[in-house]
Design a protein around this ligand. Structure first.
Ligand code: AMP
Length: 286
């Protein structure tokens, strides 16, 4: 496995792979890798000939009060995980390499970015879209792999490619969970044992929502309301939002669509957690 910190070196290595006729897969991450990230690298390994993992804690997607400084950065461990999962190249640039000058051009995402996560994180998805487009321009992948865990993010990246004709196929991989049901997240390290117990209410409520949804007697509106009530009743959990939406624009629709997704964000202690579940199928991803 090769590693590169500069854009020029990354371009050189990827160009050689492309010249050799290889299909290039990209897995963008912020590091602190866990089994969820590993599943993306493994999917890229299965579907592509050359796998690039990017590790970059992108400052422009953090608000000033968020956890940019304390975000975990276990870099050596991350490299081991990338190698074991079959990555060919890890691109891990510095902030100066990615943002050497004050930018004149940034992406701005429309309404889809102002709903749900956008309510508490207003500029977050502009930062995400801009860095992902930069990473695509640097690594020139044929395919890029994202987790269903960040459902709104993958929906926005799909719009980015659709609206700006970015020739990258987006693959969304299922959420990997701990045995307890808790969705794996780099931020789970912030949780105390008690908070972890409390956080389990989220995946439990989502599973209940899926069961209710699959019961022909319940309506979408009822499932949405019950999901909210279930989570509002949990001690130690401060609900940000809980809803059931269609999976493309993420709007609340009371008509049953071919697929619907339940989205949740909540604070447990100081940690903000997000999770979601597709309601028709027993598995996530596309
Ligand atoms: P992050 O490092 O948090 O920016 O995440 C990098 C990628 O890993 C994103 O596409 C996430 O959606 C994905 N990811 C994070 N957690 C999980 C998980 N539990 N299961 C699957 N993918 C995940």
């Amino acid at each position: 496995m090769q590693t590169a910190t500069t854009i020029a070196e990354t371009r050189r290595i990827v160009r050689d792979a492309r010249v050799a006729g290889k299909i290039v897969g990209c897995v963008p991450t912020m590091g602190a890798l866990h089994a969820g990230h590993v599943s993306l690298i493994e999917a890229a390994r299965r579907e592509c000939d050359f796998v690039v993992v990017t590790i970059f804690v992108n400052p422009t997607q953090f608000a000033p009060h968020e956890d940019l400084e304390k975000y975990p950065r276990p870099f050596k461990n991350d490299l081991e995980k990338c190698e074991a999962a079959g990555a060919d190249l890890v691109f891990h640039p510095s902030v100066d390499e990615m943002y050497p000058v004050e930018r004149q051009v940034n992406l701005h995402v429309g309404d889809l970015a102002s709903r749900w996560e956008g309510t508490s994180r207003p500029d977050h998805f502009d930062g995400v879209a801009t860095v992902v487009l930069k990473l695509f321009n640097i690594t020139l992948p044929d395919k890029a792999f994202f987790g269903a865990k960040d459902f709104q993010q993958q929906a926005i990246i799909r719009c980015l490619c659709r609206d700006l004709d970015v020739p990258v196929e987006i693959v969304t991989c299922p959420t990997v969970r701990e045995e307890s049901g808790l969705a794996m997240s780099s931020r789970n390290v912030y949780l105390s044992d008690t908070e972890r117990e409390t956080a389990l209410a989220i995946s439990r409520a989502l599973t209940n929502a899926r069961d209710r949804f699959q019961n022909p007697q319940s309506t979408v509106a009822e499932v949405r309301q019950q999901l909210r009530q279930d989570l509002e009743a949990v001690d130690g959990l401060e609900l940000d939002y809980a809803t059931v939406v269609e999976p493309v624009e993420l709007t609340e629709s009371d008509d049953e669509q071919p697929e619907m997704v339940a989205l949740v964000a909540a604070r447990v202690g100081k940690t903000r957690l997000i999770d979601n579940m597709l309601l028709h199928s027993s598995e996530q991803g596309s």
